[in-house]
Each structure stands twice: as C-alpha cells, then as structure tokens.
Design a protein around this ligand. Sequence first.
Ligand code: T3D
Length: 258
Amino acid sequence: MYETILYEVSEGVAVITMNRPEKFNAFTEQMNKEITAALKQAQKSPEVRCILFTGAGRAFNAGQDLGDVSGGNVDFGGFLRKRYNPMILQFQKTEKPIVAAINGVAAGAGLSVALACDIRLASEKASLVNAFVNIGLVPDSGGCYFLPRIVGIGKALELAMTGEKISAEEALRIGLINQVYPAESFQDDAMAYARKLASLPTRGIGLIKRTMYKGLEMGLEETLEYEAFAQDAAGSTEDHKEGVTAFMEKRAPRFTGQ
Ligand code: T3D
C-alpha cells in the first residue's frame, strides 16, 4: 500500500519506518503524504495504542531530498504549506503517543519530525543536526516551534545558528531526547518502550497529549478550564475505572485503551 514507508502493527504498536535507506530516508513528496496517511490510519485503528516512528538502514532521516530541489526556482512557502505542514500537524492531531526511535542521523526536517514526536529515543550511534543553516535556510516543519520549547531558547538558537551536529549523548544531556540505548539492542529497547506505552490508558494518554500541547499556548486560567474538560473525558473511560478498582484490590491494572 505504501511505497516510501513501511507500516506494521504488532502488540498494539504501529511501527512506521521511513524506507529510502540509500538516500538516508530523505523526504520526497510521496513520503510526506504517506507519513500523513499512515498517522491517520494509526489514529483510526483501535488496535493501535502507540506509534513507533523510525528509519531504515543507517540514518533516521536527512531532511528534504536535496536532489529534488537543487535546480533552483523553488516556491519554498508553497512547498512547505502543501507537503510538510499537513504532515507535522498530523503528528499533533494523532491522539496516541508517538515515539521517535532515532536509529542514526536526524538532519533538517528529519530532526523537526523527531521533535514533533512526543518522546525521543536514540541509539548511541545517532546524531542530530539542525542542518537548515548549512544551506542558508530557516528551521522549518515545526523546528522553530518545538526546539525552543524542548531545550529552551538559548540552546535552540545555538543549534539552529551553528548547524553543528551533536551526539546522542549530548542531546540527552540538554534534554533534546529522552533515552539513549546501545546500538546492538536499540530496536528491541525502542520496541519494549513502545509496548509499555501501548499497555497504558490510551485515551487518557491522548488527552494528556492534547491538553499539554494546548497548555503551551494558553494562560493558567484557560489551562485550568481545559484540564477540567479533559478530566471529565478521562474520568469516564473504562481505564480510569480499572485503575481505581485495581488500586483498591491491590493488584496490577489491566488497561484496554477504552
Ligand atoms: O526546498 C527546501 O529545501 C525546503 C525544505 C527544507 C526541509 C529540509 O529538510 S532542509 C535540510 C535538508 N537536509 C540537509 O541539508 C542535510 C544534508 N545532508 C547532510 O548534511 C549529511 O548528509 C548528513 C549530516 C545527513 C549525514 O552525513 P554523513 O557524512 O553521515 O553522510 P553523507 O555521506 O553526507 O550522506 C550519505 C548519503 O546520503 C549520500 O549519498 P551517496 O553519496 O552515498 O550516494 C548523500 O548524498 C545522501 N544524502 C544525505 N542527505 C541527503 C542525501 N541525499 C539527498 N538529500 C539529502 N538531504
């Protein structure tokens, strides 16, 4: 069904693998569209309770395929509005946890996409580079939105203005990623992390995601109001009842995602 990505579901986890390894999984228009479609598919599938987003081969993603835009006369604004912006918005609209498994280098829009995921795990061999400035461009695909919110404006400006590549270890130190794992066990470790998330209260997690991202844009009063609204929804789920019942019965909860 897809040509530039792989989509597989196992044990509640939809694994989306960007699959142009010979080009370091660089984005084409088709890949932008297929990622958007795959996220919508995962959102609609009741059996999917977590999404793991990764790259085939040595790289996570090297950003836009520069071979497609090297001839000049690019309508950059139109290009982003049509291809990248809908894809990035879909990461936010998907009310299930999205984990980036950064298996190798993440550059340019490839880094921006990792930033649009909710959790970032990296192989010790991964590296991250805000490559836009190296070709005279501005971080796009949400790079100017997520990066300062994740690492703070000082670090964000440094990474964006210098275009320097940083190691997974340094990315962990500055809070850009959540965990680093050995290269040999990375795929298994990332899958185990995703499976754990898939076993948790999926609707509650979707509401956490929506409410936290909304909170970034709102004042305290509005956020308190939205929390009350979200809690009404979370409080009516089966998983909330199960969590309280399991606590009272002193046993582990069995969440179903409902
Ligand atoms: O129109 C617009 O551009 C607007 C949209 C912008 C969105 C963006 O993402 S802009 C940023 C685009 N990306 C970049 O500028 C990154 C370019 N690549 C690199 O800086 C480096 O390749 C990496 C840091 C990613 C990796 O470096 P390294 O030394 O590990 O590998 P390499 O040898 O440079 O690359 C390996 C292969 O992947 C190589 O192919 P080859 O020579 O073995 O056949 C290289 O050409 C290819 N590759 C890497 N990045 C891209 C790419 N091919 C096409 N497009 C790429 N972006």
